[in-house]
Design a protein around this ligand. Structure first.
Ligand SMILES: Cc1ncc(COP(=O)(O)O)c(C=O)c1O
Length: 409
């Protein structure tokens, strides 16, 4: 029996003990929060709450140093070379939008190309479409190979000197595959293209080293890695962030304002206008501390073990069609599937009655749904608080779904 050594750190699961046990299998949408993060938020609001930078009084200075300490933690966590390369945002979506609209918007032309993949989340697709519409540049897509992984040969074939940017997800939120982002970056850089990585599904699941990947930009959300919602990170190489146009102007990002003109602060504040999500950033710091305590290699191992079990149990049901690799070890805690002949929303509704919480829909990846020729699918996504009982509950409930829809009982 696979038991989670981490589950007791998450009060969400205690609150449910007396009711029908809920198997929360939707961590790719958002994660539950450990008590250390919740306690840090309570501590901040009860002891340290003041606006940052502005006050010369003790509480404001305490809040400022806690906030800025998180920038250092993020720098270390993703191995950025400088703390000024870490910009706080609302999340992956905002980070990616700022990259597109703040950096690439005026830098592409009609004979340029943007290369993304068919597995991208809308956050890493729709902004690039807008850029293509604005500049006339061609938006090109890398396809999947036979095992429904990123087709690296197709990527190589579509790479050329007209490609100015390659934007790719680190881990797919539907197929669960881990893309070879270091190899992709090396290849793209040979043609002079910049590389943007959407790290929403990688962060908190594995160690991420932006210098090793050598990507130009990396985006992630805190809430998918145990931090509160509304906080995320935009990492960029310093020389690129320095050239980026701020998309918001206002307090704290200026150094001097006169009647007609303004001079701006240096990075990172130049890109962080207005009052920041102070408690969110402090909560992110606590989440990173928790992840470091658990050790990312152990987290990765635990999730892999559980994913393998879920995969084996799912493929043993003949009506189940799994998307993504046929090899369980290529699924990073995410398995998307359908049940032949039953709409995924119907399946998810019955599962919910049985206490199983999984996602049904297009998962903000409609291009991928079109590519796979399906309207929607079910997705289970695991994190360290899940255990074998959650998988068993899912499998028992799926058999009930089959009995209900196929045999009417
Ligand atoms: C791969 C991927 N990219 C981007 C996002 C967007 O993240 P957020 O909604 O936190 O901005 C998600 C969210 O599910 C995702 O899975």
């Amino acid at each position: 029996m696979i038991e989670s050594p981490y589950r007791h750190d998450f009060p969400f699961f205690d609150s449910q003990k007396k009711k029908l046990k809920r198997a929360y299998l939707d961590s790719a949408a958002t994660t539950q929060k450990p008590s250390s993060v919740i306690e840090e938020l309570v501590h901040f609001y009860t002891k340290d709450n003041a606006n940052i930078y502005r006050g010369i009084y003790a509480t404001s200075q305490r809040a400022t140093s806690k906030f800025e300490a998180v920038r250092d933690k993020v720098k270390t966590f993703i191995n950025a070379s400088e703390r000024t390369e870490i910009i706080f945002t609302k999340g992956t979506t905002q980070s990616l939008n700022w990259i597109v609209f703040g950096y690439f918007w005026d830098r592409l032309h009609s004979d340029d190309e943007i290369l993304i993949s068919v597995m991208e989340h809308h956050s890493n697709l729709v902004p690039w479409q807008q850029l293509a519409i604005h500049t006339g540049a061609k938006l090109n897509y890398v396809n999947l190979d036979e095992d429904q992984q990123l087709d690296i040969d197709d990527f190589k074939a579509k790479l050329n000197s007209r490609v100015k940017v390659v934007a790719l997800t680190h881990v797919s939120n539907v197929l669960g595959c881990l893309n070879p982002v270091t190899q992709i970056t090396t290849l793209a850089h040979k043609f002079g293209a910049k590389v943007v990585i959407d790290g929403a599904q990688a962060i908190g699941h594995m160690s991420v080293d932006v210098q090793e990947i050598n990507c130009d930009f990396y985006a992630f959300s805190g809430h998918k890695a145990f931090a509160p919602t509304g906080v995320g990170v935009l990492y960029g190489k310093k020389e690129l962030l320095e050239k980026m146009t701020p998309l918001e102007y206002g307090g704290e990002m200026i150094s001097d304002v006169n009647y007609q003109n303004t001079s701006f602060k240096e990075l990172p504040l130049r890109l962080e206008a207005g009052t920041q999500n102070i408690s969110g950033v402090i909560g992110l710091g606590a989440a990173l501390d928790y992840l470091n305590k658990c050790k990312l290699n152990e987290i990765e191992c635990y999730i892999k073990k559980l994913t393998k079990l879920a995969f084996e149990q799912l493929i043993s049901i003949p009506e189940v069609i799994i998307y993504g690799s046929k090899n369980a070890s290529f699924h990073q805690g995410i398995i998307s599937f359908n049940i032949k002949g039953i709409h995924p929303h119907d399946v998810a509704t019955v599962l919910d009655i049985k206490g199983v919480e999984i996602r049904a829909g297009h998962h903000c990846a409609q291009v991928l749904m079109r590519y796979l020729k399906i309207p929607a699918c079910l997705r289970l996504s695991l994190h360290i608080y899940n255990d074998e009982t959650d998988i068993q509950q899912l499998i028992i409930a799926l058999h009930e779904v089959l009995r209900f829809f196929k045999h009417g009982s």
